[in-house]
Design a protein around this ligand. Sequence first.
Ligand code: EPS
Length: 387
Amino acid sequence: MPIRFTTSGESHGPGLTAIVEGLPAGLPVAREDLDRDLARRQLGHGRGGRMKIESDTADVVSGVRHGRTLGSPVTVRIQNRDYANWEERMNPWPVDGDVQEVHLPRPGHADLAGIQKFGFSDVRNVLERASARETAARVACGAVAKSFLADFGVQVLSHVVQIGSVRAQLRDDLEPGDFASVDESPVRCLDDAASEAMVEEINTSRKANESLGGVFEVRAYGLVPGIGSYVSWEGRMDGRLAQAIMSIQAMKGVSVGDAFDIAGRVGSEAHDEIFWSEERGFHRETNRSGGLEGGMTTGETLVVRGAMKPLPTLTKPLRSVDTETKEPAQALRERTDSCTVPAAGVVGEAMVALVLADAYRDKFGGDHIDDVRAAFAAYRERIGWKR
Ligand code: EPS
């Protein structure tokens, strides 16, 4: 059964709900793992006032009993504490009194096309769901997917490699242990000097009423080769991961391995030569492919990046048009974050984990986690996988 997930909830509504389907029964799941990732998503220099209100925790209401999955859909609820301040404006039911509509769409947001598509006059009907608040629900689902992958030795980690004009020093030799303290950096960056410069750039841009984008990198360690498939377009991992990353709010680009750099190289410098040794079996000395060849994992580390645009809610708003009067106007000015690339990295981990978990389910099947483990062990044995 494939792993599927869905989320629901508006940013200032009562809360978010997520449902993950397709997990095998018997998988150990810890509440702390969900809450840890939810807390990590709230981190990062550049967050706005909302994060002082929210303190996200996962309320699991189905699919888990005494810390193990039942094989049924897992439902997670996350409360929006800010709803207390929005009860009138966001109440599911009619309220007494006038609730002011928003008619000032923000360039770069879903606002304008959203009201055109659904025939709304109130932009709030769009922006509430388009908001990246929804990513909290994805992260809860991703934490469950990570628990499944951990059973097979896979770790999904992330760090920030660029914010605004500041780029971190890149290292090809990153190992899982290097990420141990990544959340201690205020921008979730592994390069201390770049971290400091990123914080400064966020401060400067915030003073100038600007927002900043950037790039995060997600790495998945411990994958076996042959996950995904070359035989059909929809099975290709490159495409599935690209879709998953690009579905995160404010993403404008995705890359796998050396990606756009490879395009300008000669063939002999673009690929990863194949070696074999008694100790390591088949392996590569380079990882330009980012761990994917022919739409499948190679067994090397998966390296995927997401490029995020600067957030479109600006304290010095851009020019827009009042959708009722059609007169020129400034776009909606709302409380907002000035940079959320550190949080986006945590969301990226969740999306990558969900895609990988689905592909592992596809390859190894099974109703109980022991069935999956047995199929996984048989596969490793058949291909002589030593790592
Ligand atoms: C968001 C705007 C801000 C962010 C929000 C995403 O919310 P508010 O309008 O309430 O200040 O804080 O992100 C979250 C609430 C979150 O949990 O990440 C937007 O417009 O996308």
